[in-house]
Design a protein. Structure first.
Length: 314
């Protein structure tokens, strides 16, 4: 096992904390960058539970820092998905099966037999497909504002979903920034994150940049987003994984506001009604007063997720 030595910005390392280490996991095409939070010391003979955390479509494993702070007794395994963060140089193809197999490889490499799988946004789709392709690895499923196929707005074709759903989040990937301060200014003006700025959000933003000043850019590769977004609408692997939910339960945590802090959210009432009716084993848990980002990045969202995660983690 090798540990990466690339330096982190101080704002990031201080938030990740002393339990954190970075690991390189061999996968098809190169190394997957994985963040691991080791548990605080448990009693003699007590094995700490493990959760695998899968981030969203333009995010990174640093999006789980607030949850890691709230779960000191749990081992947390959080990869940067292929095409994102410090796994951005892993080659295509992307797609949910590819991501799920990468996550399974990380668990195998770290000797994790079974984990509670928690996915946010696109990461929820990855976690769903992980449970279908590698069922012995997944103890239970928590899908956070993701996992259920997106319903295109009226008049929007599936191939246009990236622009319709992600909007400025997709545009950002093609932008360059002259400095880290300029990238922070961009996010400080964002309606979903700016009003909730704290050290966790700052670390999430600071980790996201690659390149050198004055041409810094977000780490997520546009090609990865474009290939992955379509699967969130009508991907065959997602549909197959949904069919397997008949034999296992999943908890679906949904936010009341969307990617721009707007209403309707990513999953409006019609989507909630459809998927809970179609999937009787899906347990819907509304998360109050958060948006698509702050459901995992903010203390308010983490506090509401915790009781459900802790129940499964034992």
């Amino acid at each position: 096992m090798s540990t990466t030595t690339l330096p982190l910005p101080e704002t990031v390392s201080s938030v990740l904390g002393p339990r954190y280490r970075a690991v390189s996991v061999p996968v098809d095409g190169g190394d997957l960058h994985v963040g691991v939070w080791e548990p605080e010391a448990a009693g003699e003979g007590v094995e700490a539970p493990t959760a695998v955390l899968v981030h969203g479509i333009t995010a990174s494993h640093v999006s789980w820092a607030a949850l890691a702070q709230a779960l000191p007794g749990v081992r947390l395994v959080a990869p940067d998905l292929r095409g994102r963060g410090r796994s951005r140089d892993l080659p295509a193809p992307y797609g949910m099966p590819r991501h799920a197999d990468d996550v399974a490889a990380a668990l195998e490499h770290l000797g994790v037999r079974e984990a509670v799988a928690v996915g946010h946004s696109m990461g929820a789709f990855v976690a769903l497909v992980l449970a279908d392709r590698h069922p012995h690895r997944v103890r239970s499923l928590h899908l956070v504002d993701g996992g259920m196929p997106l319903l295109p707005p009226p008049g929007v074709a599936p191939e246009d979903m990236a622009a319709a759903v992600l909007g400025p989040a997709a545009d950002r990937l093609r932008m360059t920034f002259p400095s880290r301060a300029a990238y922070r200014e961009f996010w400080l003006g964002h309606p979903a994150l700016g009003p909730h700025w704290d050290e966790v959000v700052a670390a999430y933003v600071d980790y996201d940049l690659v390149g050198e000043e004055p041409r810094l850019s977000p780490a997520t590769r546009p090609a990865a987003l474009e290939e992955d977004i379509r699967e969130l609408v009508d991907g065959a692997s997602v549909r197959q994984a949904l069919e397997s939910l008949a034999s296992r339960s999943a908890t679906w945590h949904v936010a009341p506001r969307g990617l721009m802090d707007e209403v309707p959210p990513l999953y409006p009432d019609a989507a909630r009604d459809r998927w809970t009716a179609e999937l009787p084993t899906l347990r819907l848990v509304p998360v109050d007063d958060v948006n698509h980002y702050t459901v995992v990045l903010a203390e308010r969202g983490v506090r509401q997720l915790l009781p459900h995660l802790e129940a499964d983690l034992g």
